[in-house]
Design a protein. Structure first.
Length: 243
């Protein structure tokens, strides 16, 4: 006959010597505790395996947040706007140049482009574009090779169609001037820093010329003269206080 111990503990806690037969309740309690211990043992690896993905997700989110912050810190001209002050509106950049007098009998007015890029070669602002947009004129715009590349880059990034919005008629020989107010082609202020000014000229039955000058545009005036060529007799860039 099987007898039950006075309490539902295991054989040892009930005072039963090790190796002695267990009562029915003691046996059931022992099996239940063994099952709980096994369940806890198998549950631990599942919790340990689940933790690393959650940690990786947190790290990934943090990296993504830092990358987004860095992207928004870059200004339209490629200069970190969070580190450099914006253009000082007390200043302007004056670009003066002279279209050279005609040489030879078959003289055509040159196509001329004046624009600004940042140190990385990203176009910032087209200041002037003299081309013909009627008849056979548009086919020769591609002769302004450097400006055409810059204009395509600007338009592919969502910028305006510069031929449609900036271009004007070609000019006779003489002296001309254009100014830059520190805005890009979309009307946004740029950061202070170093910029490169380009003057490009191409003429049918004539020559191709490209002039460029770097200037540090910040809180102090600066100027530079550019030597002339067969199409542009001379040029000068002057970062100055507004009159």
């Amino acid at each position: 006959m099987i007898t039950d111990p006075p309490t539902p503990h295991d054989a040892t806690s009930a005072g039963v010597p090790p190796g002695a037969p267990l009562g029915r309740r003691a046996l059931l309690a022992h099996l239940a505790r063994a099952a709980l211990s096994a369940a806890a043992l198998f549950a631990l690896p599942r919790r340990s395996r689940a933790a690393p993905p959650r940690l990786w997700e947190r790290l990934t989110d943090a990296r993504a947040g830092r990358a987004a912050a860095g992207a928004f810190g870059a200004g339209p001209s490629g200069v970190d706007a969070s580190a450099a002050p914006l253009w000082d509106d007390r200043f302007e950049l004056l670009v003066e140049f002279e279209v050279a007098p005609p040489q030879g009998e078959r003289w055509h007015r040159p196509y001329v482009a004046v624009w600004v890029e940042d140190p990385a070669g990203t176009p910032v602002r087209t200041l002037s574009l003299w081309v013909n947009t009627t008849g056979r004129g548009p086919r020769y715009i591609r002769e302004l090779t450097r400006w055409v590349d810059a204009a395509r880059q600007e338009q592919s990034a969502g910028g305006p169609d510069l031929v449609a919005t900036v271009s004007s008629a070609t000019r006779l020989p003489g002296r001309y001037a254009v100014t830059w107010d520190g805005r890009d082609d979309r009307g946004r202020p740029v950061a202070q820093g170093t910029y490169r000014v380009f003057i490009e000229a191409a003429r049918e039955h004539g020559s191709y010329q490209l002039m460029q000058q770097d200037l540090a545009l910040a809180a102090a005036p600066v100027a530079a003269a550019l030597p002339g060529n067969t199409e542009i007799a001379g040029a000068r860039v002057d970062y100055r206080r507004r009159a």
